[in-house]
Design a protein around this ligand. Structure first.
Ligand code: NAD
Length: 367
């Protein structure tokens, strides 16, 4: 398997966590005889410093020529005075536009060893494994017309979707559900919004092509409650941009730390993979960053760009194993855990657990 990965490490803890994620990908390539290449490119504050722009043309070219883009994080306080379109964060918005992905995937995994980090009771979060599929390019965030008229004191935005925009993201959700527990929960506000009625009708239409997948609809207000009361009941959650933004962040409390959350944006020219967290300037350069969100993001590259499902599962299992063994970065440490480990040590522990799992697998096949 050949995979050319553009690595846009970015600012703050971005390079620290991306380094650990690429080490895991290199290990998977080495163990499996795959040919993964990694091409670094600048984005964010480091790109402003080196090239005077948060997204140099060279970075766009490298990204578009790759099979997958792995992004760390962008954001640096020293550029806070710049106008929004010149700040590091605008590099992120621009690269998302260039790559054109419209389906944002946000897994919500509950690691048993971290159950105490969630404000929810362990029996509620046990075995939760939800995949949010959020439409990313439409709806209220992009709809026109939009305005804040300071003279009249009136502001408005437009929530708009076309049938085609719903069909393409719904198909992705159903295809992914087919590889999981075969259930899609589509979330809307169809009791009030026409836009949501279009979503509901179109999802039902797409569902006809996936008779093996169960479809259900939930209103977004009820869903916010169900996610906290019975998150285990959900498999793939399909929803529009605004509702997906809010619900996927809400579900972050199930995993217990921002540093644990991976994401991918697919459907465009090249898939973009990034941990959910930002550049965390408060802990950058101190070895305190949790690399597990970035490592779980690497697992998503294996699953969605390399079609290496077994390897993706092995990386996720290695993460679960080192958490079970009690290893913690400071953000996930609680009371009686062993002394905390650094970013690099955490990466190394996952690497070792992965190597041992592969050795065991190979030994089994040799018997
Ligand atoms: P943040 O995610 O960077 O940090 C929020 C809090 O969580 C901080 O206390 C931080 O130390 C902690 N944290 C985040 N990731 C962690 C990790 N992997 N391990 C341990 N602790 C972690 O959000 P913020 O502080 O609001 O923003 C900081 C900068 O990042 C800003 O410039 C912001 O614009 C940018 N940002 C970028 C992205 C992105 O690149 N995708 C996302 C969000 C924010």
């Amino acid at each position: 398997m050949k995979l050319n990965i553009a690595v846009l490490a970015g600012d703050g803890i971005g390079p620290e966590v991306t380094h650990e994620a690429t080490k895991i990908l290199k290990a998977v390539a080495e163990f499996g005889g795959h040919d993964f290449t990694f091409t670094p490119a600048l984005i964010g504050g480091v790109a402003i410093t080196a090239e005077g722009t948060p997204l140099p043309q060279k970075t766009i070219d490298i990204s578009l020529a790759s099979d997958a883009v792995l992004l760390g994080a962008v954001g640096d306080n020293k550029f806070n005075a710049l106008p929004p379109n010149e700040r590091p964060e605008s590099g992120l918005l621009q690269i998302r536009q260039h790559l054109g992905g419209f389906a944002n995937l946000r897994p919500c995994l509950a690691f048993a060893a971290l159950s105490e980090n969630s404000p929810l009771r362990p029996e509620v979060t046990k075995d939760v494994n939800i995949l949010f599929v959020r439409e990313l390019l439409g709806g209220l965030y992009f709809g026109e017309p939009r305005e804040w008229n300071k003279t009249t004191g009136r502001a408005f935005n437009t929530m708009v979707y076309t049938r085609d925009e719903v069909v393409r993201v719904a198909k992705i959700a159903f295809e992914l559900a087919r590889k999981r527990k075969k259930k899609v929960t589509q979330v809307d506000k169809a009791n009030v919004l026409e836009c949501s009625q279009l979503w509901r009708a179109t999802t039902d239409e797409v569902a006809k092509d996936f008779p093996d997948v169960t479809v259900e609809h939930q209103l977004v207000d009820s869903m916010a409650i169900h996610l906290m009361n019975r998150p285990r009941d959900f498999d793939v959650v399909l929803t529009e941009n605004l509702f997906g933004d809010i619900l996927s962040d809400e579900s972050g409390v199930i995993s217990g730390s921002l540093g644990m959350l991976p994401s991918a944006t697919i459907g465009g020219k090249v898939n973009l993979y990034e941990p959910v967290h930002g550049s965390a300037p408060d802990i950058a350069g101190q070895g305190k960053a949790n690399p597990l969100g970035a490592i779980l993001t690497a697992a998503m590259i294996l699953r969605h760009s390399a079609d290496l499902e077994a390897e993706a599962l092995a990386v996720e299992a290695a993460v679960a194993e080192i958490l079970e063994a009690g290893h913690r970065t400071p953000d996930i440490a609680r009371g009686d855990t062993k002394a905390t480990v650094t970013t690099t040590q955490m990466g190394k522990l996952v690497h070792e657990a992965l190597a041992q799992a592969i050795d065991r697998e190979q030994a089994m096949h040799a018997v």
